[in-house]
Each structure stands twice: as structure tokens, then as C-alpha cells.
Design a protein around this ligand. Sequence first.
Ligand code: ADP
Ligand code: MG
Length: 266
Amino acid sequence: MGKVIAIANQKGGVGKTTTAINLAASLAHLGYQTLVIDADPQANSTSGLGLNPREVENSIYECMVDGVDIQGAIMPSQVPNLYIVPSHIDLVGAEVEMINLAEREVKMRQAIEPIRNSYDFILIDCSPSLGLITVNALTAADSVVVPVQCEYFALEGLGKLLNTIKIIQARLNTALQIEGILLTMHDLRVRLSNQVIEDVKQHFKEMVFDTVIPRNVRLSESPSFGLPVIMYDPASKGAESYLALAKEILEKNQLPLKAKSPKAQK
Ligand code: ADP
Ligand code: MG
């Protein structure tokens, strides 16, 4: 069974896209067939994986709004085992266009359904909002990863997100779980950064991943080359940390650290 994980936090700049790209690339590197769905009109994971959003023919938008078969939107990336359903700026309009549709919260779930078991992992990179597209992502997902930046206002807004997750669990997706809270952009030299880790761990306990993502310049450089960090600089701290996160998630889901037999290429 494939697992669908939404990467969500309505705060911008907390590391959602960086996590979607690099966690996905790490899972793919470990032999797991992985798909990234870019559900942000800013299309950062699309360009970060080397595609030009302006040249995208079918995005998640067409799959949700026009009923285009998602198979026709899947593009390969430069990483073996890693694929992407891109986004483009039209997704901004999707919220408005979908408002009058019946079952508007389940459009993404319906779009993903035919390919759900063709992949081991499907990661959805959400936009910085709790609007209809993000509600769709949370309704389609089995679990959520919540990236939290190690900074002063780290916990601000987290209550609202957890509340939204509760509402989705009650009304739309009873099976939705929290995969974990991921601390990102940690700077060892900054006392405040260390303090945030302590606070978040004390407050959310085992919900917090053991893996903490350090601030690493390689992670911020790699998208401009259209590559995940594991290909751009595999020896970097950034690459190491996202590989550790992938392994932590595999262990948590009782999956082997290397996929046994790769599934057939799609
Ligand atoms: P979001 O998708 O939540 O808006 P991004 O993943 O795009 O956040 O990250 C915001 C910015 O911070 C980007 O420029 C990204 O390259 C940078 N960034 C994210 N994580 C790290 C990190 N661990 N170290 C250094 N820069 C990072
Ligand atoms: Mg983003």
C-alpha cells in the first residue's frame, strides 16, 4: 500500500518545499518509488526538481478541476524512482473555480486514487494557506509532516493547523494521522535555535521527529540547479539530515531501510 504524506504548515518559509523535495529524493534513493505532488501555485517544488512551471502542460490543477487523468500529468525527475505531478500559477484560480463543485474537498483524493498503489510514497507539497487546496491535500493524505522553523515564533499558528487537522479528521478523513513535527533550519550556534528545539520537544513530545534539519546553504542552493541536495552535494549536512529523516520515517512505518524489489517503472 502506498502512503500519502502531506507536508503542511500555513506559515511560509518554514521548509515545506525543501522537505518535500529532499525527503522524496531520499526515499527514492533508498529504492522506494516516490511521487511529489506540487500543490502550491508558486510551483517551487516543480522548479526545484528541474521543471519549468511555464512549460507544464498538465498540473495537479487540471487533474482536480478538469478531471484530467493524473497519469498524464506525471513527469520523471532527474532522480531514479522519483516522479512529480507539477503545479503552475493557474492553481491560484482553482480555489475559486472549485467553490461551486460538488465534493470539492475530495478532488485531490479522487485524482490520486488510480495511482495510489503504484507508488510507495506520495508526498504533497502544500501552499502556505489552509485554503481549499490544502484541505484537499489533507483529505487525500494518510498522514501529515509539519515542518517548524527553529525560530522565535516557531509555535505561532501551529495551534490553528492542528485544529484544522482535527476538523479534517472529524469530517473528511478519519484516518488522517500526524506523521511528525519536523524541526528545520536549526543553527547550532544560536542559543535561541536550541531553545526552540527544547520547547517544541517538551510540548509535543514523541510527535517530534528525532531528526532535526540543520541550516545548510547547500539546501538553499540546490533548487536553482533543479536538483535535490542528495544529487547536488551528497556529502553535505543537508543531504545527510534528509536521508536520516527518510530512514526515521521508514522505521516508524516498519519498512526496510532499502526497498527490496523495486516496482515496475510507470
Ligand atoms: P516553504 O515551502 O515552507 O515556504 P521553503 O522550503 O521554500 O519553505 O524554504 C524557505 C527558504 O529557506 C528557501 O529559500 C529555502 O531554500 C530555505 N531553506 C529551507 N530549509 C533550509 C535549510 N535547512 N537550510 C538553509 N536554507 C533552507
Ligand atoms: Mg513552498
